[in-house]
Design a protein around this ligand. Sequence first.
Ligand code: 5GP
Length: 119
Amino acid sequence: MTESGAEPTIFERIAAREIPADIVAETDRIVAFHDIAPKAPVHVVVTPKQGRYRDVVELANGDPALLAELVAVARDVAADLSDGDFRLVFNPGGGAGQTVFHVRAHVLAGGLEEGSLAG
Ligand code: 5GP
């Protein structure tokens, strides 16, 4: 259980090392790991370790410093794993493809084709 009493999300469980993932970067509050179903040569999920914020809008309003930290980790991942150029994709809302309500960003990098966006 989390401090809110809810079941931990899959991303909280990855951050806690309860579910294996290929973690490529982390800070005290952020974790970044390779997506299990990559949609680009480099496809890394970057997310807060705690699932307090459902989507990027809530995160921006509730803790803008944490959002800035997430973006900085995304930048570092793109620099470390590719040439530093990257797309940063959020999918807030079920209609945009979100199925787990724990904010995360997709870093897409490395040989991106025009118009290739992750779902
Ligand atoms: P979204 O819901 O933001 O569109 O995408 C969530 C992403 O998490 C998906 O791209 C999916 O492939 C990835 N994902 C879901 N479960 C796991 C998992 O257990 N391990 C890893 N590494 N990625 C996952």
